[in-house]
Write a protein that binds this ligand. Structure first.
Ligand SMILES: [Zn+2]
Length: 442
């Protein structure tokens, strides 16, 4: 459900602002969907009254088409079943994907994201279609299918067309199953030019650069990609899969003499616009480099759990000032509350204690994890999202007052109830740029 125009003034019983919870807040959204005032309810009239409002969550990493795999890869197939055997199942699905199929699966998925509380999605788009590689038309249609789905659903969409050129380190040629991912560098840069030119005025859509991984992109092509970014979209984000698997780290060391994150820092200058997806198998020195450069780590907890990837040491990373965001990746799960609960419980189980992040302060662990994930999402998208403050997009999620688990709870307890206990059931209305995209009615 979408309103015809943005609400101008939104009243909230409680609002989670960058410095914490505030009561009786009036939020004004301008014609372009940006927040122009945050003040007191007594400042003026409102045309929409909400209960508790929080900034919508950023989904930092999604492959929409993989939603179709949900429930179909959970049967034991062989000893040592792992990421690589799961990938074979995924390849079978992608080989038949068309622009129409891409639009259908993304439309359904993006609606699910919104009703679960995600208001921005970063699509890491390597499903370029099975095509003549000199013809850029189909790859453009595959990316545009995601754009059309995002606009139709009203979700803010960062499209990251992915450069993927080889099967592994040492220029191993792409396999037949990987053919639909592969574009030569000129065709790929032509695709970036087309998308950047065609959608510069689409308010919900932005673009970023995405070398798939070090195993799939060689140095020369990586450098061409970064040169194109510098010349055409220097403020755009850079996302890359890195260090998800031990095998990948070992192959990188054999091929280059460096671990993947060491290699990235040796050859490029990752900064606050970079997002290193997964970063599961990293050394303390690599994590220190990430923290010093203000790079965001893009964790995808339920996918990493589903695939048995390993655990990122988030509690230690955050205690040293690291920044993280959350993503749904394979879309085995589509809820921000599930991702945050998973990382928290993982830390508790490993530490064998409660509130393992030891945040302290007056609000719950869930609230603090939520706010940290918002800040990582804001940085790693280079978008003014994740905050209810002047100049940010009016992307707002309401937590319901009319749910049994909301009764006699403070705003902070309600957000923690959403994360640990109720999930989607506690989501009320959802607004993007001040426009209602989920009405919150049962
Ligand atoms: Zn991924």
């Amino acid at each position: 459900m979408s309103s015809f125009r943005p609400y101008k003034a939104i009243g909230a019983n409680w609002a989670l602002l960058p410095d914490g919870w505030h009561q009786s807040i009036r939020i004004v959204v301008d014609e372009s969907g940006l927040i122009s005032e945050v003040g007191s309810l007594s400042d003026g009239p409102t045309d929409l009254s909400l209960n508790i409002v929080i900034p919508g969550m950023v989904n930092i990493h999604s492959h929409a088409f993989q939603r179709k795999l949900a429930g179909r890869t959970q049967r034991f197939s062989k000893p040592g079943d792992d990421f690589w055997s799961w990938r074979t199942s995924m390849y079978a699905d992608i080989s038949e994907l068309t622009p129409v199929g891409q639009f259908e699966v993304a439309s359904s998925l993006f609606s699910e994201f919104l009703s679960n509380g995600y208001t921005t999605v970063c699509e890491f788009q390597y499903a370029h279609g099975a095509v003549d590689k000199e013809n850029a038309e189909i790859p453009a249609l595959m990316s545009e299918a995601l754009i059309r789905a995002g606009v139709k659903c009203g979700i803010r969409t960062l499209i990251l067309p992915v450069l993927y050129q080889q099967a592994g380190f040492g220029s191993r040629p792409a396999t037949s199953e990987q053919r639909s991912f592969v574009l030569n560098t000129n065709v790929f840069l032509g695709l970036m030019d087309h998308l950047l030119e065609s959608y510069s005025n689409e308010p919900l859509v932005s673009f970023g650069y995405a070398p798939h991984s070090l195993r799939a992109v060689e140095f020369d092509a990586f450098r061409d990609l970064m040169d194109h970014r510098k010349a055409n979209a220097p403020m755009s984000p850079v996302h890359i899969h890195v260090s998800e698997q031990v095998r990948e780290v070992n192959e990188c060391m054999l091929s280059t003499g460096l671990r993947p994150i060491e290699w990235l820092f040796r050859h490029f200058k990752p900064d606050s616009k970079w997002c290193m997806i997964h970063s599961t198998h990293t050394t303390k020195e690599e994590r220190d480099s990430i923290i010093a450069a203000n790079v965001t780590v893009g964790l995808c907890p339920t996918t990493e759990g589903d695939l048995g990837d390993g655990a990122f040491p988030l509690a230690d990373f955050l205690s040293k000032g690291g920044q993280f965001a959350i993503g749904t990746d394979s879309n085995v799960c589509v809820s921000p509350s599930e991702e945050l609960k998973f990382v928290d419980y993982q830390a508790r189980i490993l530490a064998r204690k409660r509130n393992a992040f030891q945040f302290g302060g007056q609000v719950g662990s869930g609230t603090q994890l939520y706010q940290k994930a918002l800040e990582g999402g804001r940085s790693a998208t280079s978008l003014p999202v994740g905050r209810i403050e002047v100049g940010s997009h009016g992307d707002i999620v309401e937590l319901r007052a009319d749910h049994p688990l909301s009764e006699n709870k403070s705003a902070d307890e309600t957000l923690n109830t959403y994360i640990y206990s109720a999930g989607k059931d506690l989501i009320g209305k959802v607004l993007i740029g001040g426009k209602m995209v989920v009405n919150g009615q049962i």
